[in-house]
Design a protein around this ligand. Sequence first.
Ligand SMILES: [Zn+2]
Length: 263
Amino acid sequence: MTEPMTKSRTIRRVVAIEAAVLAAAATAARRRPLTAAAITAAGAAGAWAAFRPGSAVFGPVVTRGPGDVSQAALTFDDGPGPSTPAILDALADADVRATFFVLGRQARRHPAMLRRMRDEGHQIASHGYDHGILVLRGPAHVRDQLVRTEEAMADAVGTGVLTRRFRAPHGFRGPLTWAAARSAGYEVYGWTAGVFDSADPGADVVAERSVRALSPGCILLLHDADGWDPDRPREHTAAAIPGICAAAHDTGLALVTLDELVA
Ligand SMILES: [Zn+2]
């Protein structure tokens, strides 16, 4: 078991790799300008692909459902955490089922919340074990994250509840992430729209951005916890849920689980 790789550490490493790529390009430039341009372009494309959540360069990612059916999906990352019960209450009041990309680490801390998700008909999917960034990790590490989450889920709610859908922390993926997840039986998901609720901009802002983003086929990214600070609540997100559900209902948009949306 290794320490989770943080976002800043990952970015520092990628910048160092990019610097090496540029140095190689500079050396090549003296004799072969075209080769130098190709090296530079490949380096830039690699970094762009890794940090752009919907990019298909490192493997195809599901980012939306069909646009011709009046359905959309609310998805919650990083939990369960302190605000998860309030979010489940709001979803129950609105009779809406959502999808939770849970962390194995949080499943160990809050097994009762997972049982509640299951009992109330929500879909549970994997966000990895410890929220470490996977861009520079090898297949064994990615598999370990998935398997440890499966084990935590099995201990909390039994087997067969965790669906084989995976969303990488921050959506960041390296060249090996997708293949490792696929070989472990997972389909890799991104999202259509995020509303930056993790910055706690206020419930009204979260609701307003969400309502604007929701359209047929939309996979909306929200957070019921904080991947780096497990005790931090998501009160703004929780308080926004009734308004989001009511607006979707008023416009005839059914909010469903990911597996219902992406059949
Ligand atoms: Zn996350």
